[in-house]
Design a binder for this molecule. Sequence first.
Ligand SMILES: NC(=O)c1ccc[n+]([C@@H]2O[C@H](COP(=O)([O-])OP(=O)(O)OC[C@H]3O[C@@H](n4cnc5c(N)ncnc54)[C@H](O)[C@@H]3O)[C@@H](O)[C@H]2O)c1
Length: 255
Amino acid sequence: MRLQGKVAVVTGSGRGIGGAMARGFAREGAHIVLISRTLSQLKEQEAWIRGNTTSSVLTIEADVGSESDVQRIVDESVKAFGKIDILANCAGITMVSPSESLSLENWHKCLRINLDGTFLCCQKVGAHMIERGEGGKMINITSIVAHAAIPERAAYAASKGGVMQLTQNLGVEWAKHNIQVNAISPGFIRTEIVQDLISKGVHKPERMIARIPAGRLGEVEDLVGPALFLATADSNYVTGTILKVDGGWLANGYV
Ligand SMILES: NC(=O)c1ccc[n+]([C@@H]2O[C@H](COP(=O)([O-])OP(=O)(O)OC[C@H]3O[C@@H](n4cnc5c(N)ncnc54)[C@H](O)[C@@H]3O)[C@@H](O)[C@H]2O)c1
């Protein structure tokens, strides 16, 4: 087991990509701190991990955009497990709106959760890792929209572009502490967020798939292997990098 004895905090792990990463880390022996704003989601994930692995689980209902909540995540995790080795920042929201009518309130909401939330979790967990002196691993989640434009995603794209630059910056700044900070840019992954956009007609599956050389949408399990690479010693010489996991969407010039 590649993460035996490690402690992983996974935000946004009530469902979707974060849920899959938490289960993947637990299968490899890590103790898991599950974070979401929705307690019922956390209980489902907790039951799965307890039923299918030997890992210990702590669930914390928290808002990653709140500084005091994020400090509480760190304090409760360290109290329960003595340390944090891995942070995966998967909490996030999407925001689709014509830019000319996007309210400042929604712009701030998206930036607050996706960018402030990622920064706060990196900052508070980073302070713990630096003080402990044993290094650590951070995995942020950006998006293909941080690299290429999709109309009506101004707030979301700005937040994910910010996460990309934040990742690079922290990777450089904390290399001396043996903390590797990397990010994954997922393409279209079939989670509730994407299913919801498909059912509202915002996303057209045929159009999405037409640009994906792999010929299908991604599944949450497609993110687990890349996340494990970034969470284990396999990536000890990899920092400040952005790993695209998109079935070839960004590389594809033939559309
Ligand atoms: N699904 C995709 O195609 C896709 C593509 C690229 C990037 N992403 C990114 O991956 C991440 C996860 O996406 P997903 O599709 O799994 O979404 P999801 O909506 O299925 O899950 C998001 C999780 O984050 C939690 N969350 C939301 N706001 C929070 C907050 N303020 N504090 C704590 N928890 C909060 C939700 O409760 C939920 O558990 C997001 O950052 C998203 O932008 C998703």
